[in-house]
Write a protein that binds this ligand. Structure first.
Ligand code: GLC
Length: 555
């Protein structure tokens, strides 16, 4: 049964820029290496982004989100920040950041920067001071230092696991050389978690927000926004034994009904989604509203349900939250219909609109998730075309406009901290530097003149996938993305949000603003409804039917 969404909370003409924006994620290390001669340390940087802004203008996006470029020892490629108000020399200078922001604004592109409030780097001045200070000192009170369990404190204070594998606690050696307290790190041991119950922490981050707002950024992407506060007791997490009733492979609870969206068994997570975190975002909202120009913030919040995600975008909190439900939906018309309806319904009480995302720097690229090869790419294009007709805003990840697949990075080139902690391949395969032109690696990553090899080797097969190669081919994925974004502006700019989504067997039909989006998730070609085909994700059959793994907009 189609379920109409509630219609737009505000008339299109009054909507802020971000409401229905298409935002392009730039992974700073891997977008473009633009430093002047001697060029090519093989690591992307701010001048490289500035030099390549015309690519984003020509693509037709509204904004870019740039992953962290602040001072950092780069153990988690910038998500371990040593100084929030300076640029790492690897990426350039503060003046380079100013030039990037100014140039982007000249192209009418907004700039969103990343903020990492859950943890600092171990090289942040605060953590260095904490290690040098005594247990119980004000320096240690900015982080979560605790005594260990066991007779000699040799066991971690609780049973929490790091997201990157292994225990979430590391024991320090006290200044006098004895084994000492433990500190919490939900990610790598080089990323100590801050104690947000300490008011100094909130004050520091307000200063960081103002620093970048004063430099002209249009918004923030908030890293691990569902973190920050931990249950004050730091009690053990309840984890069923792996394989026990109701437990998944990792011991996490799973839905018993199979309907993961609607009814699920919630995991016990004393480290995430604590109610106190919402006060932080109320404060940030007040700061953002002091500045002109609809400055915004988007949460990276891996919440357990769409409803708990919606709490982050209550009218006095953040403007948007990433909707990872779309990213994790399997290839199925009914699953797509369900996630569209449920996502729209979950945000309808807020002043916001849904967001949609298929790829980012932490997940396997979607053509590969959809099976890879020609079929994976066809499905990826069909999912993208469908996503870009939905109400709200969409986030694209660099390289998806080229149809890039996940790369199987050789072990000696892997750098993801989770690889070092677990021995699993990790996330490097979606972070391989972009191919811009030329026939062989480095594919002009450092500009046309540079032969410097990038920090992860690019596959030789990317020769046909460079920006230059695809610009010359009207059937390329790049040409398809440009056409789709242009069709979105033409047919959906300012459109009402009211949307219906339904599955008839393997065929998904989404209706919005007089447009019918049909996606064929089955194995046979199907007839399209009457009307003009505005755009399709791949060729139709000679009889005008919609082939499997293809989507079209019909008006
Ligand atoms: C977020 C980032 C990820 C990073 C982690 C720790 O999930 O997207 O790349 O490793 O936070 O900061």
């Amino acid at each position: 049964m189609p379920t109409p969404s509630s219609s737009s909370p505000s008339p299109a003409a009054e909507r802020p820029w971000w409401y229905a924006a298409v935002i392009y994620q730039v992974y700073a290390r891997s977008f473009a290496d633009g430093r002047p001669a001697p060029a090519g340390d093989g690591i992307g940087d701010l001048p490289g982004i500035t030099a390549r802004l015309p690519h984003l203008r020509d693509l037709g996006v509204d904004a870019l989100w740039i992953t962290p470029f602040y001072r950092s020892p780069q153990h988690d490629h910038g998500y371990d920040v040593a100084d929030y108000t300076d640029v790492d020399p690897l990426f350039g200078t503060l003046e380079d950041a100013d030039r990037l922001i100014a140039r982007a604004h000249e192209f009418d592109l907004r700039v969103i920067v990343d903020i990492v409030p859950n943890h600092t780097s171990e090289e942040h001045a605060w953590f260095v001071e904490a290690l040098a200070a005594a247990p119980g000192s004000p320096e240690r009170a900015r982080y979560l230092f605790r005594e260990g369990r066991g007779e000699k404190g040799e066991e971690p204070p609780n049973n929490w696991q790091s997201v990157f594998g292994g225990p979430a606690w590391t024991r320090v050696t006290e200044p006098d050389g004895t084994p000492g307290q433990w500190y919490l790190h939900l990610f790598d041991s080089s990323q100590p978690d801050l104690d947000w119950r300490n008011p100094e922490v909130g004050d520091m981050f307000e200063g960081v927000l103002r620093f970048w707002l004063d430099r002209g950024v249009d918004g923030f992407r908030i890293d691990v926004a569902h973190g920050l506060f931990k249950e004050e007791s730091l009690r053990d997490q309840e984890r069923p034994e792996p394989g026990a009733d109701g437990a998944g492979e990792d011991g996490a609870a799973v839905s018993t009904t199979g309907d993961s969206m609607v009814e699920r068994v919630l995991r016990d997570e004393p480290m995430w989604e604590q109610p106190e975190v919402h006060e932080v975002y109320r404060r940030w909202r007040r700061v953002l509203e002091e500045y002109p120009g609809d400055r915004m913030a988007v949460a990276e919040a891996w919440t357990q349900t769409p409803e708990s995600m919606a709490e982050f975008i209550r009218p006095d909190e953040l403007h948007q939250a990433f909707n990872f439900a779309w990213l994790t939906t399997p290839w199925s018309a009914s699953a797509f219909a369900e996630v569209i309806e449920h996502s729209i319904a979950a945000v309808s009480a807020s002043a916001s609109a849904p967001t949609w995302v298929l790829s980012n720097h932490d997940v396997v690229r979607h053509p590969t998730r959809y099976g890879g090869g020609a079929q994976g790419l066809a499905r990826a294009r069909a999912a993208t075309l469908t996503m870009l007709a939905l109400p709200g805003s969409a986030y694209l990840y660099q390289g998806e406009e080229l149809g890039l697949e996940q790369v199987d990075v050789a072990p000696e080139h892997r750098q993801d901290p989770s690889w070092f902690r677990t021995g699993e391949p990790g996330r490097d395969g979606c972070r391989v530097p972009l191919p811009w032109g030329g026939e062989v690696p480095p594919f002009e990553f450092g500009g046309p003149e540079s032969a410097g090899q990038p920090w992860i080797p690019q596959p030789a097969e990317w020769a046909g996938l460079t920006v230059a190669a695809q610009e010359a081919d009207p059937d390329s994925t790049l040409a398809f993305y440009r056409r789709t974004l242009s069709a979105r502006r033409e047919h959906l700019a300012g459109a009402d949000d009211a949307t219906t989504a339904r599955a008839d067997g393997d065929v998904l039909t989404v209706e919005r603003a007089g447009l019918r989006v049909v996606l064929n998730a089955g194995g046979e070609a199907v007839a399209l409804p009457e009307g003009e085909v505005v755009i399709a994700s791949g060729p139709l059959t000679d009889d005008g039917l919609l082939p499997p793994d293809t989507a079209a907009w019909v008006r």
